[in-house]
Design a protein around this ligand. Structure first.
Ligand code: GLA
Length: 737
């Protein structure tokens, strides 16, 4: 693509307007500064050329009021225009992206175009996670808007990654005014779709059943979802997909908006009185009041935008590629992930050093790579009522030092990982007894407890520093290869003694967590970090900047996991899913599934085990050895291939998905029967992403298939072994067109 055309500005002197056109390989995004300097959104969709201001229509609409500049022209109304960054108070009465409380206490803003810059490379955001790119891979546009009355500036930041079909957006508020202002609402990305009917796809859930898929028509009034939990949450994921009503996995137009942030958020979609659809996502505005002093700057976190004109599968793949290669960082970004053996479901907190070494020995014998010592190794921690915050190794429980444990695990050929929960504190802990003021609490009130614990006030540097030092003192006791960073409750009791406005604390807490993560990775650059929040309570693009994998859910039941991973795959690459085989009956659902099925489901992601191999039969242990060999064979294809959802496991008789490499020469199809019936016919699984003109060999049966036939008619699978049977098929292209 011609580099010049990635971001283009055309000035039209006759109309006093300027057009901004952002181009990726397959999409175009256009907005304009009109004759009054108002920013109007014109187009986001399939690649298109030319100016799209012909889409603007003007009429004298009753009760849609007129900007003063328009004089006697009653057809010019902000209320009836498609806007790029609607702020409260200028005559637009739809949901605003920005609400500022000015120095004089008023809430009106009027931001007009002042200027812009185009830069090579991708902008970054201080203290916040953000997409990154080499200078040759991206361009950035910064559009400066100003409210001439208050002097406050709003900079709209756009990053364009043409090869990924990704556009990022963020906002920077620069207080060039005379006194302190307060941000009451700020959304990082939004636009008004001028015409069309759309559906809203959201990803809702609960602890241990995250990211179910809901698709609903966007009607009049506000549809949307949010988290007010201080984390991105199990309940609603900060990913919004807006799809044309006809869009399916295989065809149709759809937009994704993924918020690169791990705290409270709001996502809204609203069809207005004239049939335009406003969509926006950003920080939660509930109890939000962020003071920005004169001369200070506030950065609103980033949103990743993508559009696909070829269905939802393509849209997800665009997000996957961007997150895998432009958001995840560190040594493990492009490396095969170790096969993990985690002590949690094997031993819970009932262990000593000897049992952990035995677990590692068993794991090593089966071909696993890394032993994770989960919760229970520090302070007096033998249940979840105490000791959180006391980051000193319980050597009496282990029977020896952590250094010795790591040495013994390494000696077995296993790498070593450890669980931490830096943000939590138990009231029954040495830390809390010596620093009760370090916990988030409102003076005079009893705090709300979650899993028996409180949270530390990470908005305060001295609090985070104390934890950082005590955790580093543990990590320095031996070479630790992996950390599982957990967080087991929501934020409540938001009050920080030093904060001049308590409405800033939730966001400052999140900034404190990001600062901590960044420092940790700077100090231990080779560490593989796995995120976790009671499973998938903080599975978001923000965390992926620090942790290239996240424990997808505390639910390891293979059948529930299929649905959780299906929902998660709409927004996030499978290489980031922590997924383990656990024992049956499953500890949460009591369901019994075959070991083969559990293996195939856990292979969708950062693969591992969460059981005690010593409790398995020789036959099952041999099956695990075989599973791990199988995983290594397909690992690169799973991690880097295009992932396709072939059926909807909330509706279909069988769940199925496949991975296809970028040359369309290798295909791995996997699936699981979800139901059992007598005298049943086979399921026909239609593949996706193959070369229709190609021929594909199944090396096991030696049968050759046409790529087109595999995609049009599918391939039949018959259930032979009963409930929850898994199937797998690998194809290799014989020739390509
Ligand atoms: C959370 C995690 C689990 C485990 C426990 C330990 O629930 O999601 O995987 O680490 O904490 O307490």
């Amino acid at each position: 693509m011609n580099k010049k055309s990635i971001i283009q500005y055309d000035h039209a002197p006759a109309s006093k307007a300027g057009f901004f056109t952002l181009q990726t390989e397959h999409t175009t995004y256009q907005f304009m500064a009109d004759r009054y300097g108002n920013l109007l959104h014109l187009y986001y969709g399939r690649k298109a050329a030319g100016r799209m201001d012909y889409l603007l229509t003007c009429a004298d609409h009753g009760f849609s009021m007129n900007q003063y500049d328009a004089g006697a022209d009653r057809t010019y109304s902000m209320d009836a225009q498609p806007l790029e960054f609607p702020a409260m108070g200028n005559g637009d009465f739809r949901s605003p992206m920005l609400v500022l409380c000015n120095e004089d206490g008023s809430y009106s803003s009027d931001f007009r175009y002042e200027g812009h810059e185009i830069q090579d490379g991708k902008y970054s955001l201080p203290g916040l996670p953000a997409v990154y790119a080499e200078d040759e891979e991206a361009k950035s546009l910064i559009v400066r808007l100003r409210d001439s009355v208050t002097g406050v500036r709003a900079d709209l930041l756009y990053g364009v990654l043409p090869g990924c079909d990704i556009i990022t957006r963020a906002v920077r508020i620069v207080n060039d005014g005379k006194g302190t202002i307060r941000i009451r609402k700020i959304q990082s990305a939004g636009f008004d779709l001028i015409a069309g009917d759309y559906d809203l796809l959201s990803f809702y859930g609960r602890h241990a059943m995250e990211r179910n898929v809901q698709r609903q028509r966007i009607g009049h009034g506000t549809s949307g979802f949010c988290s007010r939990r201080g984390t991105s949450s199990h309940e609603y994921n900060p990913l919004m997909i807006i799809a044309e009503s006809e869009t399916t996995e295989r065809s149709g137009g759809a937009y994704a908006m993924s918020f690169v942030y791990s705290g409270s958020f709001r996502a809204e979609a609203e069809k207005d009185q004239y049939g335009m659809t406003r969509v926006q996502i950003g920080l939660s505005d509930e109890a939000f009041s962020y003071p920005v002093e004169r001369g200070a700057v506030f950065h609103a976190p980033e949103v990743i935008l993508s559009y696909s004109g070829e269905g939802l599968a393509k849209l997800s793949q665009q997000l996957h590629r961007c997150m895998r290669t432009h958001l995840c960082r560190g040594k493990y970004r492009d490396l095969p992930r170790p096969v993990v053996l985690n002590s949690w479901e094997a031993l819970f907190m009932d262990f000593d050093g000897g049992k952990i070494v035995e677990l590692a020995r068993e794991g090593a014998a089966l071909g696993m790579d890394l032993l994770v010592l989960d919760d229970g190794w520090f302070g007096e921690r033998n249940d979840d009522s105490c000791a959180l915050g006391d980051w000193t190794v319980n050597e009496a429980k282990l029977g020896f030092s952590l250094g010795e444990l790591i040495r013994r695990v390494h000696e077995l050929g296993m790498r070593f990982g450890i669980w931490i929960e830096p943000e939590g504190v138990s009231e029954n802990s040495k830390l809390y007894r010596s620093h009760p003021d370090y916990a988030l609490r409102i003076p005079g009130r009893n705090p709300v407890r979650g899993r028996n614990q409180l949270l530390l006030d990470f908005s305060r540097q001295e609090v985070a520093d104390l934890i950082f030092d005590s955790i580093c003192a543990v990590l320095d006791q031996g070479p630790v290869d992996y950390i599982k960073w957990d967080m087991n409750r929501c934020l409540s009791d938001l009050y920080s003694p030093g904060a001049e406005d308590q409405g800033r604390v939730a966001h400052d807490y999140m900034l404190g967590v990001y600062r901590f993560l960044e420092r940790l990775l700077e100090r231990y650059p080779d560490l593989l970090l796995e995120g976790c929040s009671g499973g998938g309570g903080r599975f978001d693009a923000g965390m992926l900047y620090y942790a290239p994998q996240i424990w997808c859910s505390d639910n390891t039941d293979a059948i529930d996991r299929i649905r959780i991973q299906y929902g998660t795959s709409f927004g996030y690459p499978v290489s980031t899913f922590g997924a383990h085989v656990s024992a049956v009956p499953n500890q949460l659902t009591n369901r019994v599934t075959p070991l083969k099925t559990r293996g195939i489901v856990a292979m969708t992601g950062g693969f591992g085990y969460e059981l005690d191999p010593a409790e398995l039969s020789a036959e099952q242990r041999e099956e695990i050895r075989e599973q791990i060999r199988n995983y290594h064979q397909y690992e690169a294809l799973i991690r880097t291939g295009d992932y396709y959802r072939l059926t909807d496991p909330f509706r279909a008789r069988a769940a199925a998905w496949c991975y296809v490499d970028d040359r369309k020469s290798e295909v791995l199809l996997q699936g699981v029967f979800l139901e059992t019936h007598a005298n049943e016919s086979p399921v026909f699984i239609r593949l996706m992403g193959l070369d229709p003109a190609g021929e594909y060999l199944d090396p096991v049966s030696n049968q050759v298939y046409s790529g087109a036939a595999l995609m049009e008619c599918g391939i039949p699978f018959t259930q032979k072994e009963g409930e929850y049977e898994a199937f797998e098929c690998y194809f290799k292209a014989l020739c390509s067109s």
